[in-house]
Design a protein around this ligand. Structure first.
Ligand code: PLP
Length: 373
């Protein structure tokens, strides 16, 4: 039996052609023309004025936090159920992450818990759209206006997704994306910040490029980073972006097919196909073991490995991270919904290149491991 990896990508559009162009013209660094083209096309795609490409989605968050002037003593509210990059960006800037629990069914941050966490130190809400469905933005926007808070929107998993017909990535003061190979658009490694604010855009550009100054290049008023992206990566990005509609349709097909095949298997909670404001784009196809199943996600993933099926666990909660506990963060925080799905959830192969036969094999294997009991 051939293994089914958790993610396989498609690079059969213009990727090769554009990469060759980089090599033939000698433009491989961040100075090459694909970088600007990718930034402009990407920003336009999400209805933004400015795009600033960076080396990955994690450093896009670092850049966003610092560009917004968030620092020592400031508080930022975010979901506990997310990737470490979100909380790391806040902590590295010297600020304090404050978490909320998630929704039991769509796994996004529970926006009704945000207001209670707002204090005089709160500067921003970091919204993270999880696994294919957007966060309910309207209440978040209302709170941000009421309390004068910034929104940082982590839309890494939301390429091509909309919230009430508006593109994800159009909501924050700054929104960020990732182009890691499991995202709908990939550049191998890569990330993007988008904003409508010219000053913020310039600040992000400066922070990305070591805060070199246009007039006195090697005199620095501030510390930045080298977070530049290469022309090679941007060339891949331009080619991938040409196919975004097709990629989203493909992911939706994968999601629908799994939902049809897994619907009859007892013991599984499946992703919500749609909410009042969006249709799932299934960044990944996650499943959660119901409480009646006598084993957890770790055991389920081990059992699937025997069928040579690749899986990944769900995110581990920020408030349960040893690294943050050692820093004295999140004392006495409890988020029962997120704690449960972190232990009982995992995702199954759902990359762009998966075939119908592979989907059927995965579904059959899931059925078997759950019927063994
Ligand atoms: C993938 C991802 C990131 C990090 O992106 P990298 O490019 O892997 O650094 C950040 N936030 C979310 C929600 C992600 O899914």
């Amino acid at each position: 039996m051939k293994p089914i990896p958790v993610n396989e990508i498609l690079l059969d559009g213009n990727e090769k052609k554009y990469l060759l162009e980089c090599i033939e013209t000698g433009w491989i660094s961040s100075e090459g023309p694909f970088v600007k083209q990718f930034e402009e096309q990407f920003a336009t795609r999400v209805g933004r004025r400015y795009g600033i490409a960076v080396s990955n989605g994690s450093v896009a968050l670092d850049t966003a936090v610092v560009a917004l002037g968030i620092g020592a003593g400031d508080e930022v509210i975010l979901p506990t159920f997310t990737i470490i990059s979100c909380a790391a960006a806040i902590v590295r800037a010297g600020a304090i992450p404050v978490v909320v629990d998630c929704e039991p069914h769509n796994w996004n941050m529970n926006v009704s818990q945000i207001e209670d966490k707002i204090t005089s130190k709160t500067k921003a809400i970091m919204v993270v759209h999880i696994y294919g469905l957007p966060v309910d933005m309207a209440p978040v926007i209302a709170l941000a206006e009421k309390y004068g808070l910034q929104i940082i929107e982590d839309a890494a998993e939301m390429h091509g997704q909309t919230y009430k017909s508006l593109p994800c990535g159009s909501f924050g003061a700054i929104s960020t994306f990732s182009f890691y190979p499991n995202k709908h658009v990939t550049t191998g490694e890569g990330g993007m910040l988008v904003t409508d604010d010219e000053k913020l855009a310039n600040r992000c550009r400066s922070l990305r490029n070591l805060c070199f100054q246009p007039q006195k290049r090697f005199v620095h008023e501030e510390l930045g980073w080298n977070f530049r992206i290469t022309n090679l990566q941007a060339a891949l990005g331009v080619a991938q972006l040409e196919r975004l509609e097709e990629f989203v349709a493909r992911k939706r097909y994968i999601g629908q097919r799994y939902t049809e095949l897994l619907g009859d298997i007892p013991g599984l909670e499946l992703p919500v196909p749609k909410t009042d404001y969006a249709q799932n784009i299934y960044w990944v196809y996650g499943v959660v073991l119901k409480d009646e199943v006598p084993f957890d996600a770790t055991e389920a993933m081990q059992r699937l490995a025997q069928y040579k099926i690749g899986t990944r666990p769900f995110f581990w909660c920020m408030h349960e991270q040893p690294v943050f506990q050692k820093m004295g963060l999140f004392d006495n925080v409890s988020c029962p919904i997120a704690e449960r799905i972190a232990r009982r959830g995992f995702y199954i192969p759902s990359g762009m290149a998966i075939t119908s036969e592979q989907i059927e094999r995965v579904a059959a294997a899931l059925g078997e491991i759950l019927h063994e009991e």
